[in-house]
Write a protein that binds this ligand. Structure first.
Ligand code: CP
Length: 316
């Protein structure tokens, strides 16, 4: 692949909010090249040779942590995965002390996931290296939105003008927030669909349409993006029962009858089969892009690591 050496104007990737349309397109174009690289038998580059990446995950993860590790290694970085459960954080060390301790070891990139909204931004103020938000509370999950956009663009050929229905637990979802920001920035028509307890009307302020009826929200949609019911973030009861929730808001073939015939089904994972999505829909190779999303995740994270280390690699 031809090296792309254009500078990237950001020191950190904390959210989609800070990115312009041009920044997003730059990262998506860069990631396209990495998709092709990742499909070759020889996937390794030396672009980040000598640089150190630390993955610091205060919340559990399969996709984000593993793909960031693969991304860093495929670009030639030294990658360290910090296990929070065996770190000094368990002994009461604060987030800032942890950040300053890691900073003293001269890492070049920190990838951080934290249960509190704003924690990653706070940490970024105390380190000299680039910080990438791997998901903070209900706030943002920027690389998830980028990989979702890359999946849509590669499968549909465009994003502008598409109708995207994001369905389920909007209230607790950082994935939804980042996707709303990114998809509207790229010209998609975004609908949010969910029960009033998990989708307050105030979400309309994002410039989206709000639906509480699943079939109304899905009518003529090009993309249906399902969200997990995030019981771990819920204080109290938001749905009468998971069975009832599936009846009204679970994605089934019956619900898909009203979408465009070539609708694409997406889910950031992890999935709760039989709660927000029927397993047969999730596994439908003609409609489901869920495993494509996982593949795009590695390429997007390679693009983010590449872009954010450019100034550093150039010696600035
Ligand atoms: N989509 C996502 O963030 O998955 P993980 O929690 O497995 O990283």
């Amino acid at each position: 692949m031809r090296p792309d050496t254009r500078p990237f104007a950001h020191r950190h990737l904390l959210g989609i909010e800070q990115l312009s349309r041009e920044d997003v397109l730059f990262l998506l174009d860069l990631a396209d090249g990495y998709v092709e690289l990742n499909r070759r038998p020889e996937k390794k580059l030396s672009l980040l040779r000598g640089l150190t990446q630390i993955n610091l995950f205060f919340e559990s993860s399969t996709r984000t942590r593993t793909s960031f590790e693969l991304a860093g290694k495929r670009l030639g970085a030294d990658v360290v995965n910090m296990s929070v459960s065996t770190s000094a954080i368990r002994k009461g060390e604060t987030l800032i002390d942890t950040a300053m301790t890691l900073n003293a070891m001269h890492p070049d990139v920190l990838v951080v996931r934290h249960a509190d909204s704003g924690a990653v931004e706070l940490l970024a103020r105390h380190v000299r290296c680039a910080v990438i938000n791997g998901g903070d509370g209900r706030h943002e999950h920027p690389t998830q939105a980028l990989l979702d956009a890359l999946t849509i663009r590669r499968r549909k050929g465009r994003i502008e003008g598409l109708t995207v229905a994001i369905c389920g637990d909007l209230l607790h979802s950082r994935v939804a927030r980042s996707n709303i920001l990114l998809l509207t920035r790229l010209g998609a028509r975004v609908r949010l669909v969910g029960p009033p307890t998990l989708l307050p009307r105030t979400f309309a302020a994002y410039g989206v349409e709000v639906y509480h009826d699943m079939r109304e929200g899905l009518r003529d949609a090009d993309i249906v993006m399902m969200l997990r019911l995030q019981t771990e973030r819920m204080r109290g009861s938001f749905v009468p029962s998971t069975r009832e929730y599936f009846h009204f808001y679970g994605l089934t073939y019956r619900q898909l009858e009203v979408t465009k015939p070539d609708v694409l089904v997406m889910h950031p994972g992890p999935m709760n089969r039989g709660i927000e999505i029927d397993g047969v829909v999730a596994d439908d190779i003609h409609r489901s892009a869920i495993l494509d999303q996982v593949e795009m995740g590695v390429a997007v994270r390679m693009a983010c690591l590449d872009a954010l280390t450019r100034a550093r690699r150039a010696g600035a």
